[in-house]
Design a protein around this ligand. Sequence first.
Ligand SMILES: Cc1cc2nc3c(=O)[nH]c(=O)nc-3n(C[C@H](O)[C@H](O)[C@H](O)COP(=O)(O)OP(=O)(O)OC[C@H]3O[C@@H](n4cnc5c(N)ncnc54)[C@H](O)[C@@H]3O)c2cc1C
Length: 484
Amino acid sequence: MTEEQDEGISLSRRDVFVGALGAGVTLAGAAGVAALNENSQIDSVSSDSTSDPDVVIIGAGFSGITAARELRRYGYKVVILEARNRLGGRTFTNEFEGKSVDFGGTWVHWLQPYIWAEIGRYGVELEETHGATATDVILLDYDGKRHELNFLSIFEEFNAAAEKFFDNKAYLTLPRPAEPFVDTDWMEEDRVAAKEKIQSSSDNPIIQALVETLYGLYGASELSNVSWIHLMRWYALSGYNITNMNDITARFKIKGGTRNLLDRMAEDTNADIRIGTAVSSVEQDSNNVTITTESGDKLTCKAAICTVPLNVLQDVKFSPTLNTQKLAAAKEGHAGTATKVHIRLDKEYSNFSAWSPGGDTPLNFVLWEGVEDGKTSLIAFGPSPETLNVNDIEAVEAAMKKFIPDAKVSACYGYDWNLDPYSKGVWCVYRPGQSRFLEQLQKPEGRVHFSSADWASGWVGSIDGAIEQGIVNASALHEQLTNA
Ligand SMILES: Cc1cc2nc3c(=O)[nH]c(=O)nc-3n(C[C@H](O)[C@H](O)[C@H](O)COP(=O)(O)OP(=O)(O)OC[C@H]3O[C@@H](n4cnc5c(N)ncnc54)[C@H](O)[C@@H]3O)c2cc1C
């Protein structure tokens, strides 16, 4: 994070700044995780950090934490090295206006099998974002003209257009969307940019604008940068149904925030978790892997799991060098560059959502979250940090006024994932053609395994995909060490 990002932040500096605790702080099991929870001074260090670990995991997002928990089950001694001063990676629960909110990954659903299993296992509760099902919709059309719509009256037409966007053939193209390699014909379609399919989705410009807004939100970028087939994967995983897709991506969230689940999973790892510890290089020979941190410390282990996101993979030096496909994918990077901002309006508005397809609109999707003490809470998304500084209250108010002319913003905050050196982007969205990298991104290289939501077989770019990859890679590593 840069100093610029700190201006006007109401969050604790300690939580926000990367490495603010200093390098090499070590947490272990329940005590360490609880210390992070309470924002207390963390000065107690873990139990057994003396002998070499069996496995080092790079990164303590959902993927790394899941892998660590699975490896404990197999009996391995695990160290997790996390660059930031907190757990969670691209999920980040913190306080905003006295409430725990998520600045990164948020919404989950029972049609996401891996996260749903964790929700059941740890007994966390869900709560609802009501704006996701609001009947009152405000739309800015392609000319910026404001419309007030009743969603129920246009739903059927919208539903048909959302399916037509996929040429009405999502079911035929991706009959087994969670198993991408059973039949790889779908990858042939991956030259197409999502923008190319907008016009044919509907003759009605209002409906077209709604379709472009929704897929633009999922695409987290200008749709000409986004792979059409990538969006089709999400649609197929949603049961080829736009209502499910909406509910999966924007309706149900973990009560108390994603940290409520992640911390419980982290407690179950019993791993040494060293926060504020960025890895700079990974070297391996036929017997061992040696991990070097930015401060020059070295750790030797039998095998490693790297969970760093696609957009920062090339910032870690690997020896031998990575497979050329992995390197090419990392160099291109994914397209997800959206902004997300929590907004408080200073008066009460009833449930609504606001939509805008325009690539240059600072905010293109706004969801009502609730009303309290005469104020309205919203979650909003924009296409890029270039069109909006989400911590500039005047700019956010100006963006909101396009939808609600009398809007007065009393507080706002967003975390800039694009500036953060350990993500350089938001959720993973493939550019046209990038599906061809999927197989190689998933492949281990020697004793180093690669685990990330960014190359999940199923819910790519989601918390569910991160957990899927953590489970699959821990299992593959165990098999490798068992057969070594
Ligand atoms: C704004 C936003 C909104 C989102 N909304 C949703 C949503 O509603 N629902 C949903 O399911 N998903 C959502 N996502 C996506 C979801 O959060 C991610 O796909 C998922 O959390 C990724 O998990 P991961 O463990 O694969 O990667 P990450 O969470 O990115 O974890 C990787 C970890 O590696 C660490 N790391 C990186 N480089 C180094 C290094 N050199 N040394 C040591 N550590 C390093 C990072 O700090 C990080 O902790 C959203 C993401 C964002 C940003």
